[in-house]
Design a protein around this ligand. Structure first.
Ligand code: CP
Length: 308
């Protein structure tokens, strides 16, 4: 396979396993590029990309912008809080105005699930979903799987547990789709109230005992509580949540084997993960961030090759 089966990256749900492998092979090359002294390649010299963020972001936004600059694309940044969205402009009007300035690709984060899908039906540009509400965050899942492949050699056959607020997490859903597509075994772990009822229909196991989940897995992907999406109380107190579902060094050291610890960020230190775990040798959290740039370069490079 030499090109992606899709014109947009709207979710992992729309990818084939071969798409993921092509993105990884392309990212391998770009990872080598970004570790050189000259980190820039001219691959997207004639392409203009707009980063449109309607929600806060540190990693994703910086990572996309850096990836675009490493590929020599022209970049414009748009933040909803400083824009005319505040004056009542619609999403399509906002994006159409940006596209009339001859933009080829849009990287969009939006609080509404499906916002990227909606946009892709109304504009010509290639759309990359940088997180849409509690729906999908495809580049995060790609960089997570790429990091597992880098650390453990392969994703197929590995046991991965995703711990925490699965109900409100786009990272969880995209990871489940990506991991299952590659043949990993996936479990989710958290309070029953934060595990969606449909989750087992995705071929995912459920475990509410963290120690059992950690003893089963090769990799634990720790998620934060998505406080910005909690409309009611899903557990009694943060202290109680941490006691039952937080990973600390004593728990990690008492397991039957050495597992890999991941986290998409932002970390709430002392809640879902203690600092000595986040900063331990078993943690690949900063490696995930580094891999994010190579993965996003690969995605944009492959999608740009489909722009007519
Ligand atoms: N992992 C992630 O999406 O982080 P940001 O919200 O900082 O982009």
């Amino acid at each position: 396979m030499s090109e992606l089966s899709v014109k947009h990256l709207l979710g992992i749900k729309y990818l084939k396993e071969e798409d993921i492998q092509l993105i990884f092979e392309t990212a391998d090359n770009f990872k080598e590029v970004i570790n050189r002294s000259i980190k820039k390649v001219p691959s997207l010299r004639d392409i203009t990309i707009a980063n449109i963020f309607f929600e806060n972001s540190t990693r994703t936004r910086l990572s996309f912008e850096l990836a675009e600059k490493r590929l020599s694309a022209d970049v414009v940044n748009f933040s909803a809080s400083q824009s005319s969205v505040k004056k009542g402009e619609t999403l399509i009007d906002t994006v159409s105005n940006i596209l009339s300035m001859k933009v080829d690709m849009v990287v969009m984060r939006h609080p509404n699930p499906g916002a990227g899908i909606f946009l892709s039906k109304h504009v010509e540009a290639s759309i990359i979903n940088a997180g849409d509400g509690a729906h999908e965050h495809p580049t995060q899942a790609l960089l997570d799987s790429f990091s597992i492949r880098e650390k453990l050699g392969d994703v197929a056959g590995k046991n991965v547990v995703i711990v925490g607020d699965i109900l409100h997490s786009r990272v969880a859903l995209s990871n489940i789709f990506a991991l299952k597509l590659q043949g990993a075994n996936v479990k989710v772990c958290g309070p029953r109230t934060l595990l969606p009822k449909y989750i087992e229909s995705l071929g995912v196991g459920v475990e509410t005992n963290l120690r059992k989940a950690l003893n089963w897995c090769d990799v634990a992907n720790m998620l934060r509580i998505q406080n910005e999406r909690l409309d009611i109380s899903y557990f009694p107190t943060t202290r109680e949540y941490t006691q039952q579902f937080g990973v600390n060094k004593a728990l990690l050291d008492s397991l039957d084997k050495e597992i890999v610890i991941m986290h998409p960020g932002p970390i709430n230190r002392g809640v879902e993960i203690t600092s000595d775990v986040a900063d331990s040798k078993q943690s690949i959290i900063l490696g995930q961030v580094e891999n994010g740039v190579a993965i996003r370069m690969a995605v944009m490079y492959l999608l740009a090759s489909k722009i007519k």
